[in-house]
Design a protein around this ligand. Structure first.
Ligand code: ADP
Ligand code: ADP
Length: 228
C-alpha cells in the first residue's frame, strides 16, 4: 500500500484549455478519495495519469516516495477497476481471479496463486462460486469477480473509474456497501471517480471536486454536502 502524491499535475491535449490544470493533491496511505465533477472536467484523464495510461505534460506524480512519471503502468503496481468489467466467459471464477497472476509467468507458484485467489474470494464471499462460469452468476457476483481480479494482485492502490454506472439502482446500492466494506477491510489507498452524489457522500474519506481541469475543493463528504 502507498500514498499517492500529485504535484502541479498538468495535462494538455493539443493547444486548447488544459484537460487537467495544475492539480496538487496528496492522498494518504489507506485513504479513500472520491473524485467528482461534471462530464469533461478531467476526472478520467487524472485517473489515467495516476495509472500511467496517459503521459503527464508537467508536474510530478509519486506513488509512495517514488516518482512514477516515466514508469510503465505494469510497473506501478496499481489495480484499476473499469466500468465494463468484462470477465472471460470460458474461464471459471477461480481462473478469472487467478488470471492477472498467471499473466506474470513464473512470478507466482501455483500454491501462492491458490492462496491469493482463496484470500480474495473469501473477502468477496465468492468461495462457494469458484467453479462457476460468469454466465451463471448474478450481476453483483460478476462485479465481485472483477474486483477479485484487482484484489488478487495485492496492489498498492485501487483506482475505480465509475465502476457502478452501468448497474441498476438496487445493485448499485449493494455494490456501494460492498466496496465500502472491502476498502475498510483491506485498508487500501483508493481513488474513485464518479458523478453519483450518493457514492460521493457515502464512500470516501474525502471528496475532491474538479471543474474544467482545476481542483476546486477537497473536503470531507460531511463538510461538502451537509453544510447548512
Ligand atoms: P471526465 O472524465 O471528467 O468526463 P475527461 O478526463 O475524459 O473528463 O476529459 C477532460 C477533457 O479532456 C475533455 O475536454 C475531453 O474532451 C478532453 N480529452 C480527453 N481525452 C482526450 C484525448 N485523448 N484527446 C484530446 N482531448 C481529450
Ligand atoms: P477444496 O474446497 O477442498 O479446496 P476444491 O475442489 O475446491 O476443494 O479444490 C481443490 C484444489 O484445486 C485446491 O488447490 C483448489 O484451490 C484448486 N482449485 C479449485 N477450483 C479450481 C479451479 N477452478 N481451477 C484451478 N484450481 C482450482
Amino acid at each position: 500500500m502507498a500514498s499517492i502524491t500529485m504535484d502541479h499535475i498538468v495535462k494538455q491535449y493539443g493547444d486548447g484549455f488544459p484537460a487537467v490544470n495544475d492539480v496538487s493533491l496528496a492522498i494518504d496511505d489507506g485513504e479513500f478519495v472520491i473524485l467528482v465533477g461534471p462530464s469533461g472536467c478531467g476526472k478520467s484523464t487524472l485517473l489515467r495519469m495516476i495509472v500511467g495510461l496517459e503521459d503527464i505534460t508537467s508536474g510530478t506524480m509519486r506513488i509512495g516516495d517514488e516518482v512514477v512519471n516515466d514508469k510503465a503502468p505494469r510497473d506501478r503496481d496499481l489495480a484499476m477497476v473499469f466500468q465494463n468489467y468484462a470477465l472471460y466467459p470460458h474461464l471459471t471464477v477461480y481462473e478469472n481471479i487467478a488470471f492477472p497472476l498467471r499473466l506474470q509467468k513464473g512470478h507466482f507458484s501455483n500454491e501462492e496463486i491458490d492462496q491469493r485467489v482463496r484470500r480474495a474470494s473469501s473477502l468477496l464471499e465468492l468461495d462457494e462460486h469458484l467453479n462457476r462460469k460468469p454466465a451463471n452468476l448474478s450481476g453483483g457476483q460478476r462485479q465481485r469477480v472483477a474486483m477479485g481480479r484487482a484484489i488478487v494482485r495485492e496492489a498498492r492502490a485501487f483506482l475505480f473509474d465509475e465502476p457502478l454506472s452501468n448497474l441498476d439502482a438496487k445493485l448499485r446500492g449493494q455494490m456501494r456497501t460492498e466496496i465500502a466494506r472491502l476498502q475498510r477491510n483491506l485498508g487500501i489507498t483508493t481513488v474513485y471517480v464518479t458523478h453519483d452524489q450518493t457514492e460521493a457522500m457515502t464512500l470516501g474519506d474525502r471528496v475532491a471536486v474538479l471543474r474544467r481541469g482545476i481542483l476546486q475543493q477537497v473536503a470531507s463528504p460531511r463538510a461538502l454536502y451537509e453544510q447548512p
